[in-house]
Design a protein around this ligand. Structure first.
Ligand code: KDG
Ligand code: MG
Length: 413
């Protein structure tokens, strides 16, 4: 059998998603997630204008060969647009292969290595009282792990802190449309002060430990905002509060920055949501500079590439922490869950539930119960896009915010 039809769906049920549909000559449909937050149309064009015609007539079972062909043949390699496009093709082909076999995808990846997938959610609050309410809500609903982000006195809206009600279910959505919900014309801007942040955060973790005890897994995301020495100080200062991980403490492109952080603390480190290939991790993994791999299946070349990356990490005792914010579509989330269930070196899975509007368009079979996810046992990935429902939601341009220091200098967001 061969690939007969390839189409790209761009829809915006609450937020933008790009989904690839591959149909085989015997009518099997596979879905892949190609969503790249704030740059969706570039990936849609890469798929539509450059990959779709190449795929027609290929044997859908030759997943590895197709991956290598798409990665090596264009000469221009890597980068988020290319790797999200390849990821979407790869996911769709695995979806088809598992549907043909009549099994959930995790069975083809070696079968289940655990019964459930420990998930962490996002708890945030403008101040400690609001943050505590949010954490309490999540702990009561069964979560055993929470990522905590909070406002910093003197700063306005900052990364990771929801603008909606504290503890609300759909806590945080970073990509912003215009205030009236129509297409944005430019990113909003936020203001940042690393000194104020470094002074404020240790006390927040101290209060969380005092209020919630030692069992709760506490995660925190620095969103690439610290210099190596600032990150080293942060990691050392928060050591007594035993974070599950400190994520993205330094800018992503600088792998050796984490050497300095490692020299100064035993706070576990996670990085990788902006990475696209195993090569972004080469130094980090071989020098054991991180504890968790944060890549998204959607942005790292799909299931084929992510499985190799995680197997490589396993050799060095490094675990998975797959990226799972709302800008990963339900298709990308399902791909992560099948991997999470199958691999041995699973660490934790990020889980920001999608809105009801999104879930009306993507029919999912994964489940969440008392802090644990499961991909379900539907053959394939277990997610189908309802194209008719999707057609009601037109793409609406939204940007991730920009960020400046208090003196106006552009800083990492
Ligand atoms: O699109 C950007 C988001 O995916 C990112 O800001 C979310 O940092 C993030 C996280 O850890 O989920
Ligand atoms: Mg992050």
């Amino acid at each position: 059998m061969t690939i007969e039809n390839v189409t790209v769906n761009v829809t915006s049920p609450g937020r933008n998603f790009v989904t690839l549909k591959i149909v085989t000559s015997d009518g099997i449909v596979g879905w892949g997630d190609a969503t790249l937050n704030g740059r969706e149309l570039s990936v849609a064009s890469y798929l539509d204008d450059h990959l779709a015609s190449i795929l027609i007539g290929r044997d859908e079972d030759r997943i590895e060969d197709t991956w290598q062909y798409l990665y090596r043949s264009p000469y221009w390699r890597r980068g988020p647009v290319t790797m999200a496009a390849i990821a979407a093709v790869d996911m769709a082909l695995w979806d088809i292969k598992a549907k043909k076999a009549g099994v959930p995808l995790y069975q083809l990846l070696g079968g289940a290595s655990r019964d459930g997938i420990r998930a962490y959610c996002h708890a945030s609050g403008g101040d400690y009282a609001a943050l505590k309410d949010a954490i309490t809500g999540y702990v009561e609903s069964g979560f055993t792990a929470v990522r905590v982000q909070t406002g910093v006195p003197g700063l306005g809206q900052i990364y990771g802190v929801a603008t909606n009600k504290p503890g609300a279910k759909y806590d945080y959505e970073p990509a912003k449309r215009a205030a009236d919900g129509t297409a944005a014309t430019a990113p909003t801007e936020e203001v940042w002060d690393t000194n104020a942040y470094l002074a404020h955060m240790p006390g927040v973790f101290e209060s969380i430990r005092a209020d919630f005890g030692t069992d709760l897994r506490i995660l925190h995301d620095g969103h690439h905002r610290m210099s190596p020495i600032e990150a080293a100080r942060f990691a050392k200062d928060v050591e007594p509060y035993r974070l599950f991980w400190l994520e993205d403490c330094t800018p992503g492109e600088d792998q050796t920055a984490l050497r300095l952080v490692r020299q100064h603390s035993t706070t576990p480190l996670a990085i990788g949501e902006v990475f696209n290939t195993v090569f972004d991790y080469q130094t980090l993994i071989t020098e054991r500079l991180i504890d968790y791999v944060r890549s998204a299946v959607t942005h790292t070349g799909g299931i084929t590439a992510m499985k190799k990356l995680l197997d490589f990490a396993a050799i060095y005792g490094i675990k998975s922490g797959i990226h799972g914010p709302t800008d990963i579509s339900p298709v990308g989330m399902a791909a992560a869950l099948h991997l999470d269930l199958a691999i041995h070196n699973f660490g934790i899975q990020e889980y920001m539930p999608h809105s009801e509007t999104t879930l009306d368009v993507f029919q999912t079979s994964f489940t969440f119960e008392r802090g644990f996810l499961h991909p379900g046992d539907t053959p394939g990935l277990g997610v189908e896009l309802d194209e008719e429902a999707a057609s009601a939601f037109e793409y609406t341009k939204a940007y991730l915010p920009a960020n400046r220091l208090t003196d106006g200098t552009v800083h990492d967001w």
